[in-house]
Design a protein around this ligand. Sequence first.
Ligand code: NAP
Length: 462
Amino acid sequence: MAYQSVNPYNGKVLKTFEELTDKQLEKAIKTADSCFKTWQNNSFAERAAIAKNAAAIMRLDLDGFAKPMTLEMGKRIEEARGEVMLSADIIDYYAKHAETFLASEKLSPDAGEAMIESSPLGVLFGVQPWNFPYYQLARFAAPNLMAGNVVIVKHASCTPQCAIAFEKLWLDAGAPQGVYTNLFISHDQVNQVIDDPRIKGVALTGSLEAGKSVAARAGQNLKKSTMELGGSDAFIVLEDADLDKTVKWAVWAKMNNMGQCCVAAKRFIVVEALADRFLAKFEVAMAAFEAGDPMDKATTLAPLSTEGALLKLLDQIDNAIAHGAKLVMGGKRIARDGAFMQPTILTNIKPANPAFREEFFGPVALMFTVKNEEDAIALANDSDFGLGGSVFTQDIARGKRVASRIHTGMVFINQPTWTAPDLPFGGIGNSGYGRELSSMGIQEFVNKKLIRVASINKLASA
Ligand code: NAP
């Protein structure tokens, strides 16, 4: 497996990187471990000063960070710029709030004094995906570095230039060597790292398959882990939804990042009173996308991240159709250079069709028509995933009632599931466990230590 930048717009190989030898890997872990010994003792203010520098550098050099994303995984340049800003916001958010989030908590036991203190664990290992090449890194690194941990990161093999840029960012911001370390390593070496006693926690964002492998390895080593995995989010449209606004959001929910989002809307579940009108408008809007250079601001349809991702998606579509799905539009690659996929809509997907349970990671919408709200909820919950979801209705109280009955980690009303530094992010079931972002994300890899002051004269009763 090579770490390689390939431009999915034209298939050109931009750069190839060597994997680390075991000796180099050992040196990297050793440096991180010795860095932790001092970093953990820095004050929040000292750590925050470095984090704030990092956020400022990202904002100042917006295109310097955005362009490698567009070149390596095809993200439209405007979306890439947005991701750089969001990543900077996440870093700033933890610089500002970490101390409050981790302040000692006084308990009120029946007798004596007690408190919970939060302390860092040590070197944490992150395994990260290509679809949001900086946001994912910021989401993992910022809270954990602010908590006093240090991190080592294996990024996806197709986004090595972003991986290097994010490591350099921390050094440029004034962090000592070993606070943030990028590792170009193989899957076997991922296991070696997890086994290493100096590694105190493991966080993966990626596919179900990667999650099962990494979580099992962490479990064998009794190491705390968080898993942010795939999803098949429902986008529920009730009969009282505002149709025009809902269709606009539906298109955004499907086409943002070319559908390569864990929380992209993947199953559109529309009550029959609105279904035909929704589909007609949705189809027109999906047909309006035009392929072009993602570096050009005017382009609306970018390539998928890699040729391999495109081939996988085409295979899933063929398989869905072979099992009875009806192709409403698209379904093919676009006849031009690059990993371009037609916006696609499939209907008539029955439970026996493999497509019913799979994650489609691209511009492919699975459309379902249901009788009513009750059936919409039942269908939304008939999934092994449990990441996000959304409900569209003009009756907010109704939206909240429906949201409460959806079995996922996040449900948005009248907006597709999305992210902000102060909102927790994560799922249940095959979408994983643990939360990133908000006050919750910083609590995952700290020791919640009880400190108890008791009367020396009193024996503890059983
Ligand atoms: P992926 O193939 O699982 O890769 C993710 C990371 O895991 C990469 O660094 C990859 O390295 C590594 N990896 C894969 N298999 C591994 C194994 N057996 N052992 C060790 N490391 C392994 O996922 P992806 O295609 O990059 O990302 C898309 C998936 O991530 C989708 O399912 C999406 O829904 C999910 N995702 C979830 C969230 C969330 O927050 N829940 C956010 C974003 C994405 P290589 O590149 O070297 O193979």
